[in-house]
Design a protein around this ligand. Structure first.
Ligand SMILES: [Zn+2]
Length: 195
């Protein structure tokens, strides 16, 4: 049975690296993969995923209006042209309906789907895509990174262009110069409580 997987983490945990490595493992064995990425993430340029350690691959950019089931159906072929696995980067930006579309890719087209994304935003709230994935995925995997104190980092702080902590605002700052730093819950709480 093909499954829908959700690998979640905070910022800078190396999700893109894991995605690219997993896709490479399929391709090395002559199998086809499809890599999708939310179109409004322009960090790596439209339709390309880059990891901090230098790996990169072309990706199919999608936006909130796209039907991902139909997309995969059109891409999928017969025999050697069959897609062995679908990868989704920045999965926190999926709509709930798109998460259902990916679940149907697994259930009806029998293609495994591996989604990678952030669990929570800078205010400690679930992203819509992550909420749906946490509810619907067959398997959840936590990608770990650590806080400066050595504890597991599960939270993220947003720093504005001035280097100050941002406590309010939109969930996603498109085209902004904001930086994100990952912390454990205790240190995140300290930072957000400070004046
Ligand atoms: Zn800490």
């Amino acid at each position: 049975m093909a499954k829908l997987y959700f690998s979640y983490a905070t910022m800078n945990a190396g999700k893109s690296t894991l995605l690219l490595q997993a896709s490479y493992n399929y391709r090395e064995r002559g199998m086809r993969t499809a890599i999708l990425i939310a179109a409004f993430d322009d960090r790596a340029g439209q339709g390309r995923i880059s990891s901090r350690i230098g790996l990169s691959a072309d990706a199919i950019a999608f936006d909130r209006a796209d039907d991902l089931y139909r997309h995969i159906e059109e891409l999928n072929g017969e025999g050697d042209d069959r897609i062995a696995c679908v990868f989704v980067d920045e999965a926190q930006f999926l709509t709930e309906e798109q998460v259902w579309q990916l679940a149907r890719v697994a259930d009806r087209m029998h293609i495994p789907v591996m989604a990678y994304g952030l669990r929570t935003d800078f205010q400690g709230k679930l992203f819509p895509g992550s909420r749906a994935l946490l509810a619907l995925a067959d398997e959840l995997r936590e990608v770990r990174t650590i806080c400066h104190c050595g504890r597991k980092a599960t939270m993220v702080v947003r720093l504005g262009a001035d280097g100050k902590v941002v406590k309010e605002g939109a969930q996603v700052e498109i085209g902004g110069n904001d930086k994100y730093v990952s912390y454990c819950r205790r240190h995140w709480d300290d930072i957000m409580a400070a004046d």
